[in-house]
Unconditional design. Structure first.
Length: 147
């Protein structure tokens, strides 16, 4: 039997969260955190609504997943996020010891790699899942804002 729980399957769930952020006027970044093929956190950017620069999708997800698990470490968990994490989120993900990060679009200007950020040495990173769709949603958002 074919495993339906692929990286693309969960990235589609993160993309739904990014679309929800877009619809609310938030920068459209969505995330889900998964353990044993079960979504334990489903989040998106809330920086405008909460007037909080730290309310990125990843930060919201870390908090929700830690609450679900009852502990601060996310070993055994995978983060699916539509945009490459920024340096701030990479730092939080480092401390969470998350096992795997899968992101959609790269962020050549503000992504953790461009800014010299680091992740936990045991964290596996995969980029480019649904890259075009994820990147286009962000581009469309900023095109609308510049009109």
């Amino acid at each position: 039997m074919e495993n339906i729980f692929t990286d693309e399957y969960f990235m589609k769930k993160a993309f739904q969260e990014a679309q929800a952020a877009f619809d609310k006027g938030e920068i459209p970044v969505g995330a889900v955190i998964v353990v044993d093929n079960k979504v334990i956190a489903r989040t998106h950017n809330l920086t405008e609504m909460l007037t909080d620069v730290t309310a990125h999708a990843e930060m919201q997800g870390i908090t929700a997943a830690a609450n679900f698990l009852g502990g601060k470490y996310l070993t055994g968990c995978t983060l699916y996020v539509t945009l490459e994490p920024c340096q701030m989120c990479a730092g939080a993900l480092y401390w969470s010891q998350i096992s795997k990060i899968v992101f959609g679009a790269t962020d050549d200007q503000r992504g953790y790699r461009a800014m010299g950020g680091k992740l936990h040495p045991k964290t596996v990173v995969i980029g480019g899942i649904m890259e075009e769709e994820c990147g286009n949603l962000v581009k469309d958002f900023f095109k609308q804002r510049r009109k």
